[in-house]
Design a binder for this molecule. Structure first.
Ligand SMILES: Cc1cc2nc3c(=O)[nH]c(=O)nc-3n(C[C@H](O)[C@H](O)[C@H](O)COP(=O)(O)O)c2cc1C
Length: 166
């Protein structure tokens, strides 16, 4: 069983999620590789694909969406899961219900599920404009990534990949 994990990240937080997903998959005996869209292989050689992106102003990064759209035919032919890393702070900002718009992408890929996970916002990693924007909306600074949640979600993926043995 081989699973392809493709992650799009501007400041590194989402790569961490991708590595965590791959760690859980490998711990279950599944071969897993984590790639940025620019260097990701063709999904055709894989049994399943997980695609994740950081969210900026309500959208996935263009490179993740472009990669998924380019490979839509191959992706539709295999199980695909999507995730986003976005809201920061407690309570979460933006509200998880408004954090990301994927449009018809999940349907076009035949994705099993899309999950939104909290993100990381550290001002020293941001450019001047990003920092000003985040200050203006009073976004909380910190690493809010939910490792137990990403591990549990990956375990769900593993269970649906593994044949049931009674
Ligand atoms: C300029 C800017 C805009 C953002 N817009 C959103 C947004 O619309 N929705 C959201 O959930 N998170 C938003 N975020 C938070 C990021 O998605 C979050 O920090 C993410 O974990 C960053 O991932 P990365 O380090 O992999 O790039 C924004 C962050 C910045 C700096």
């Amino acid at each position: 069983m081989r699973v392809l994990v493709v992650v799009s990240s501007k400041h590194g937080a989402t790569v961490g999620y991708g590595e965590a997903i791959a760690d859980v998959l490998r711990s279950r005996g599944i071969e897993a590789g984590v790639f940025r869209p620019q260097s990701a292989p063709d999904p055709a050689g894989f049994d399943a694909v997980v695609i994740g992106s950081a969210v900026y102003t309500g959208h996935w990064m263009a490179e993740a969406r472009d990669w998924a759209e380019f490979h839509a035919d191959a992706l539709r032919a295999r199980p695909v899961w999507l995730f986003s890393s976005g809201p920061v702070g407690e309570p979460a900002l933006p509200d998880p219900g408004d954090a990301v718009t994927l449009g018809d992408l999940p349907d076009r890929l035949g994705a099993r599920e899309h999950r939104l996970f909290p993100g990381r916002l550290e001002k020293h990693r941001l450019g001047f404009v990003e920092r000003a924007l985040m200050t203006a909306v009073h976004a909380a600074e910190g690493d809010f990534r939910d490792w137990p949640a990403i591990d549990a979600w990956t375990e769900e993926i593993v269970r649906s990949l593994t044949p049931v043995r009674d």
